[in-house]
Every structure is written in structure tokens, then in C-alpha cells.
Design a protein around this ligand. Structure first.
Ligand code: G6P
Length: 609
């Protein structure tokens, strides 16, 4: 949550920072701000709302400066307002700071600073950082920052500049991401790589409790004790074209349509039909380690949690290993009873979700192997686990996860086969057939996308409903959860998902003509059971829309409308049944005039608890 950026170099700083903030806007859009240094002066501009408001303000009244910092906010402490927008100043107006994260002890720090005579102007936790740096300032900004961070508790990434030690940007982080970009005579610091892609491919990831000092000629790295560090420079593989809309009205729609390619990319180089095997050596988890595994724990949040629920069913079915899936935000506070042969899997698109990282840290131990399934290379979670299996989905800008969800399903399907092969659970023939089916999924999704117009037309009949019930069983229950989540987050329509069999334990009381039911009902082992649930809804005057298999002749007579998906291996049906639900939510949200890519109150990367 919150995006931060800093730039020092020969380019025009204001447009560069604004451009960078737009690429970070998915991290929060409650307010935005920029501070640039112009000689002896810090010029600052902050606005409530999105980056476009900041742009407009800068167009009407331009700011001048040579280097600077910017911020896009997802409010935690202090309501969204211009006053609470970053960057924040110290008392003297010579130090200015942006921050992503939460300073948990800010109230006690504020109290101490107030006693020392500091004047606070905002309700934010961030402002204490500016005053702490002021308090510790002697001659070098990096030394003041290094002292200030010793007092901070919580998760944060900060960037500071000061006219008292000019031509310098200082960044520090603990628990929230920060990446430094190394260009030609120019340096960047940012919350993620997106703003850097147009400018440089050479980057350095800051680790927790590290400081970066960017000046006009070089970058130096310190640990929190001010010891110099020799950091590894990495080369980025993503390019800036990946974060353009490419003619689509919204990033979300573009990302839905990218799914066939994303799955091809996630499979690429990892499966062989000739040998009927999956090669996941890249994860770094040896056969010996996998052979020992008798239980898997999947930790995740949001959409990734739903992918985990489907992954559980795939792994249990293909590899015969029991799997538990836990919401990270709940799991971190539970009593942890760890089986000594557990593989811990952290499932996170961004690799930065604070709860997922904290839950993992709570159970991490040298004796338990761990694997991250992440989309963002070198993200915090990816760097914390023993091994990583990357989903090759490319950057996802729409706040509602779509292509990264199906990419996660793909990674989990690969993992299930990998474990199955090593443990000798399924025959070669069975594995080969599964892989063959998996390889056909991109084509199957293309067939659904070719008919997107039908889903668009159908969705228009539902635009004015305010409540939806989603039902599914077995692999389709997590799909129902994900479908309901999509509708809630981008259309602001209340939607609940239930396992079909649970409906009669309560939700059935809600059914009337004002609440349509969306049933996910592919032809699988629970198909007949779902038909009974559909009848139960129909007899209570409920409108039923089904997502069903193309070879299902019966369903049309049982429901009011049907969206067809290709018939596939039942374990893989979530890849297909999810896509119409994504499109359904998308078209309803567009028709209701909602801001699809940046839904209210949400952020893509939840880096606070
Ligand atoms: C936020 C995003 C969701 C995402 C969830 C978990 O809520 O809006 O799309 O599923 O975080 O994020 P992660 O990066 O850990 O998968």
C-alpha cells in the first residue's frame, strides 16, 4: 500500500516522478504528492485523490526542481486529505519524507518529539519520521536517517531528501519493499520496478534494515549500523510495454485477455510431453526434500487464497499429500502445530502482502522446507523462502487480480504433478494425460474469450441487481468465492459465495426474485448434486445463471441463462469457469460506471497488516 518514488539525475524531475507515480497508483490512490529541491528551497505539492488531480494541479501551477520524491497514498493513519498527503516536512521545512507502511510506535515517538518542542501538522504516523530525522541531523542526511530508523517499529519503506545536505536521496526499509534503479548518471528508488522499466534494467533490491544513498554520481549501500554493503546488481526481464493498455479500455480487460499467453508462459520450459514430466528444479527444492513431505501448508490472502483452495484439491488428488490452506491474516495469530514433514507454500502475486510474509515468518524454521509462488521477481516473500516458483504473468496493473489467479492455478497444477512424479503417486500415463489437458487450457480459454461479447450482453441484464449468490461445489466452490469477490470489489455489488450443499443451512432464506444466483456447474463428480441445489433455488423464484460445460445438454432446461465453457479434465475446470465470472463482473462494473482498474478503498499490494 502506498507507492513511493525518488529520482536524481539530469532528466526533468517533475514529469518523471508523476509518470512513475502513475505506475504505482495501483498501490493506493487516496492522495498524491511530490517534493522537489530547487536550490535552497523544497517545493512541494499535494492533492487529495488520484494522480490525475496532482497532474492537473501541476499543469495549472508548475513546480520547479532538480531532484525529488513522490508518493501515492492508501490511507492508514489520518483520513485522506491534502494535509495528510505525503511528502511530509519537519519543523524547519528543510527535510521532507515519503513513507510506505505503518510506524507502530508513532504515538509514543510523537509524544517524545512534542515534548522536545516539535510541531506536528498532520494525523499521520509518517510525520514522526521527518521530525526524528530533524532531531538527529548533524551534517549528513544518511547518518540522520540511520539514527532515526533505530527508533522506528513496524513495517516501512522511506525516502528522504533535505536542503541541509543537498543533491542526495536517502532510502531505508524494513518490512516494505524498496528497489533502487541504476541508470546512466541517474538513480531511482521506488516501491516496485514498474516506474523503472522505461529508464533502466539494472536494479538493486534493498533488504530489510538497509539504507541506500543516491547522489549525483553514485549509490552507496549501508546496513543499519552504517557498515558499507556490496550489493548485487540484477538485470530486469520485464519491459515497459507490458504495463501499457494496448488499446483495451481497462487494464483489467487486457489482463483477462492475456490469460492464454500467461498460462503458456507459466508452462513454458517446465513441462515435457515426451517424458510426461514436469521440471521444477528451478525451485531449488530437491527430490529428497519433496520425498519427505507428508503435509503441505498454503498461506495466502485474497484471490491468492482462493487459488490456494483449488491448489489443495489438485495436490491432494494428483499427489496424495494432505494440504491445509490458511488465510495469512488469521494464521499468523493462531497456535501453530507444525508437522515436521511440512512443506510451507506462500502464495502471493505481489510477494509483498504483509500478512502473508508475517505468517510465514511466524512458522519459518530451518527444518521445514518452504516455497513461494509469486509473480513479482525478487519480491520480499520470494526472497524469504527456500525456493520460488514464479508465475510468468507479467505485471498486473488492474487492482482486481485476474491473470495472476489463473497463473497461480497453473503453478499449483505443475507443483501437484511434480510432487506426484517424485512420490510415484500417479502412473506415467495419468501424468501425461494431465499435462496434455493442462497444455490445452490456453486454447480453451481463447474459445471463451472469443465469445466475450455474449457474456457482455448477458451481463447487462444484471446491472441493477444489488445482491448475488454464487454457488459451487468441490473445485467450483473456490471459483464461486473468486467470482463473488470480483463482483464485490469492482462493481460494489454485494455477493456471497457458498458451497452448494451449505445453501440450505441459511442462505436459502435470502433467495427471492431480487437476488440472482450464479451457479458454477461444470460436468464433474458433483454435477448431479448441483442440479438439486439449482432446483431448490428455482422453486423459490430465484433467477439462476449457470456457468456450465459445453457438452451439458440438460442444464438449459434447469436454469434461466447459461454461459458455456469447454469440457475439460474436471480438476482443471476452474481455469475455465473463472474466466466468464471475471468478464461478467467487468462488464457489470463498466455498465455501472465504476472505476474498474482502481476500485474505491482497495490497493493491489497490501503491505500493511
Ligand atoms: C489485495 C489485492 C488482491 C490480492 C490480495 C493478495 O487485496 O487487491 O488482488 O489477491 O491483495 O495479494 P497477493 O499479492 O499476496 O497475492
Amino acid at each position: 500500500m502506498c507507492g513511493i518514488i525518488g529520482y536524481i539525475g539530469p532528466k526533468k524531475v517533475v514529469p518523471l516522478i508523476v509518470e512513475g507515480l502513475k505506475k504505482l497508483e495501483y498501490r493506493g490512490y487516496d492522495s498524491a504528492g511530490i517534493a522537489v529541491v530547487d536550490g535552497e528551497k523544497i517545493n512541494r505539492r499535494r492533492v487529495k485523490g488520484k494522480i490525475c488531480n496532482l497532474e492537473e494541479s501541476l499543469r495549472n501551477e508548475p513546480l520547479s526542481g532538480y531532484y525529488g520524491i513522490g508518493h501515492t497514498r492508501w490511507a492508514t493513519h489520518g483520513r485522506p486529505s491534502e494535509e495528510n498527503a505525503h511528502p511530509h516536512l519537519d519543523c524547519t521545512g528543510t527535510i521532507v519524507v515519503v513513507h510506505n507502511g505503518i510506524i507502530e510506535n508513532y504515538l509514543s515517538l510523537k509524544e517524545k518529539l512534542l515534548k522536545k518542542g516539535h510541531t506536528f501538522r498532520t494525523d499521520t504516523d509518517t510525520e514522526v519520521i521527518a521530525h526524528l530525522i530533524e532531531e538527529y541531523f548533524e551534517d549528513l542526511l544518511e547518518l540522520a536517517v540511520q539514527r532515526a530508523v533505530q527508533d522506528l517499529r513496524g513495517a516501512y519503506s522511506i525516502v528522504a531528501i533535505s536542503t541541509r545536505d543537498p543533491n542526495k536521496i536517502v532510502a531505508a526499509k524494513d518490512g516494505a519493499p524498496s528497489v533502487v534503479g541504476l541508470g546512466e548518471n541517474e538513480f531511482f528508488v521506488s516501491s516496485d520496478i514498474n516506474p523503472l522499466l522505461n529508464h533502466t534494467k539494472s536494479i538493486v533490491f534493498l533488504e530489510d534494515k538497509e539504507i541506500a544513498v543516491l547522489d549525483t554520481g553514485r549509490v552507496k549501500f549501508w546496513d543499519y549500523k552504517a557498515n558499507a554493503l556490496d550489493k548485487r546488481v540484477e538485470q530486469l526481464a520485464w519491459n515497459s510495454l507490458l504495463i501499457e493498455k494496448k488499446g483495451y479500455k481497462h487494464f483489467m480487460l487486457k489482463e483477462i485477455f492475456e490469460q492464454p499467453q500467461v498460462i503458456r508462459d507459466t508452462l513454458s520450459g517446465r513441462v515435457s510431453l515426451e517424458t510426461g514430466q514436469v521440471d521444477l528444479k528451478e525451485t531449488g527444492l530437491s527430490e529428497k526434500v519433496i520425498k519427505r513431505v507428508e503435509r503441505i501448508l498454503i498461506i495466502a490472502c485474497g484471490t491468492s487464497y482462493h487459488a490456494g483452495l483449488i491448489g489443495k484439491l489438485m495436490i491432494e488428488s494428483m499427489a496424495g499429500v494432505p494440504v491445509e490452506v490458511e488465510y495469512a491474516s488469521e494464521y499468523r495469530y493462531k497456535d501453530h502445530i507444525m508437522h515436521e514433514r511440512t512443506l510451507i507454500v506462500v502464495l502471493s502475486q505481489s510477494g509483498e502482502t504483509a500478512d502473508s510474509l508475517a505468517a510465514f515468518k511466524a512458522v519459518k524454521s530451518e527444518s521445514l522446507p518452504s516455497l513461494a509462488i509469486c509473480n513479482v521477481v525478487q519480491s520480499s516473500i520470494a526472497r524469504e523462502t527456500d525456493g520460488v516458483l514464479y508465475t510468468h504473468a507479467g505485471p498486473e496493473i488492474g487492482v482486481a487480480a485476474t491473470k495472476t489467479f489463473t497463473a497461480q492455478l497453473c503453478a499449483l497444477a505443475l507443483l501437484s504433478v511434480h510432487i506426484s512424479t517424485i512420490k510415484g503417486i500417479k502412473s506415467k500415463e495419468e501424468i501425461k494425460n494431465f499435462i496434455l489437458d493442462l497444455q490445452k487450457i490456453p486454447h480453451n480459454i481463447e474459445e471463451i474469450l472469443n465469445d466475450a461479447r455474449v457474456i457482455e450482453e448477458l451481463s447487462q441484464r444484471f446491472v441493477s441487481y444489488n445482491h448475488f449468490l454464487f454457488l459451487g461445489r468441490w473445485v467450483s466452490f473456490p471459483v464461486a468465492l473468486e467470482g463473488a469477490l470480483k463482483l464485490k470489489e469492482i462493481s460494489y455489488i454485494h455477493a456471497e459465495a457458498y458451497p452448494g450443499g451449505e445453501m440450505k443451512h441459511g442462505p436459502i432464506a435470502l433467495i427471492d426474485e431480487k437476488m440472482p444466483t450464479l451457479v458454477v456447474v461444470p460436468k464433474d463428480r458433483v454435477y448431479e448434486k448441483m442440479l438439486s441445489n439449482i432446483s431448490e433455488v428455482k422453486t423459490r423464484s430465484g433467477f439462476v445463471l449457470a456457468v456450465a460445460s459445453e457438452n451439458d445438454r440438460e442444464i438449459s432446461d434447469r436454469v434461466d441463462a447459461v454461459i458455456r465453457v469447454p469440457s475439460v479434465n474436471p480438476l482443471l475446470s476452474p481455469f475455465l469457469t473463472t474466466v466468464p465470472l471475471q468478464l461478467f463482473s467487468y462488464y457489470i462494473a463498466v455498465a455501472r460506471g465504476a472505476d474498474v482498474d482502481q476500485p474505491r478503498n482497495l490497493a493491489k499490494s497490501v503491505t500493511v497488516e
